[in-house]
Design a protein around this ligand. Structure first.
Ligand SMILES: CC(C)(COP(=O)(O)OP(=O)(O)OC[C@H]1O[C@@H](n2cnc3c(N)ncnc32)[C@H](O)[C@@H]1OP(=O)(O)O)[C@@H](O)C(=O)NCCC(=O)NCCS
Length: 191
C-alpha cells in the first residue's frame, strides 16, 4: 500500500503520541514537523508554521496538529483554520489498539489514542482528542475541539460541549451535559 505524506504541525508532547500512533497505523508517512524551533527528533524539522503553504505546494496534502491542550484550545482552533485555508486534509487518526464502534461517527482531525474505546452511536466532532485509554460510551456526543484526557470516562449519552476539557481519570456519569469550554479537573466525578 502506498502511504500518503503527512506533516506534524507543532511538536510538543502530544505530537510524540500522535506520531507513534501514525507509525503504528502505517497509513501515512511523516515528512517532518513544523514548530517554533527544532527539537531532538527522528523527524525532519521543516521550519515554522509559515512554511506550511510551501509544504502543501510541494505535494504534502495531509496535516495533523500535534499540539495538545488542557482547557486552552484556541491555538488548535487557529491552526485548524489556517490549515483548512491552505487546503490541507486533516485525517482521523486512530491507534490500532483503540476500539471504535462501526456505528460511531468521528469528525475530521480527531485523534483516538492507544487503548481508547468509542462505543456504539457515539458522535465525536472534529479536531477532538480522545486520549490514551479514554472511554466514550454509547451515544455520547463530544463537541468540536473537546479533549477527553487520558483515562477519562464518559458514561452513556453524555454530552460534551465544544472546546471542553475532561481531565485525566475524570468520570462523567450517564446523560450529563458538560457546557462548552468547561475544564473538568483530573479525577473529578460529574454526577
Ligand atoms: C483543575 C486544574 C486545571 C486546576 O489547575 P490550576 O488552575 O493551576 O489550579 P491550582 O493547581 O492552583 O489549584 C487550585 C485549587 O484547586 C484544587 N485542585 C486542583 N486540581 C484539582 C483536582 N484535579 N481535583 C480536585 N481539586 C483540585 C487545588 O488543590 C487548589 O485548591 P486550594 O485552592 O484549596 O489550594 C488542574 O489541577 C487539573 O486537574 N488539570 C488537568 C490535568 C490533566 O487532566 N491532564 C491530562 C493531560 S492528558
Amino acid at each position: 500500500m502506498i502511504m500518503e505524506d503527512i506533516v506534524l504541525v507543532g511538536f510538543g508532547g502530544h505530537a510524540k503520541s500522535v506520531a507513534d500512533c501514525l507509525e503504528r497505523e502505517e497509513k501515512y508517512h511523516i515528512v517532518g514537523y513544523t514548530d517554533m524551533q527544532a527539537a531532538t527528533s527522528q523527524y525532519a524539522y521543516l521550519g515554522t508554521d509559515d512554511k506550511l503553504q510551501a509544504i502543501f505546494d510541494r505535494g504534502v496534502k495531509n496535516a495533523v496538529i500535534g499540539i495538545g491542550y488542557m482547557g486552552r484550545g484556541a491555538i488548535r482552533q487557529q491552526l485548524y483554520s489556517k490549515l483548512k485555508e491552505i487546503g490541507f486534509e486533516l485525517p482521523v487518526i486512530v491507534d490500532p489498539s483503540a476500539i471504535v464502534s462501526a456505528t460511531a461517527l468521528i469528525g475530521e482531525g480527531t485523534f483516538v489514542g492507544k487503548g481508547a474505546i468509542v462505543n456504539a452511536e457515539a458522535k465525536i466532532g472534529k479536531m477532538t482528542i480522545i486520549n490514551t485509554k479514554a472511554l466514550v460510551e454509547h451515544e455520547c456526543v463530544v463537541g468540536d475541539f473537546a479533549h477527553v484526557a487520558v483515562g477519562a470516562v464518559l458514561c452513556g449519552q453524555v454530552e460534551i460541549g465544544e472546546g471542553a476539557f475532561i481531565g485525566a481519570n475524570a468520570t462523567v456519569i450517564q446523560c450529563r451535559k458538560v457546557e462548552p469550554n468547561t475544564v473538568i479537573p483530573a479525577g473529578a466525578t460529574i454526577r
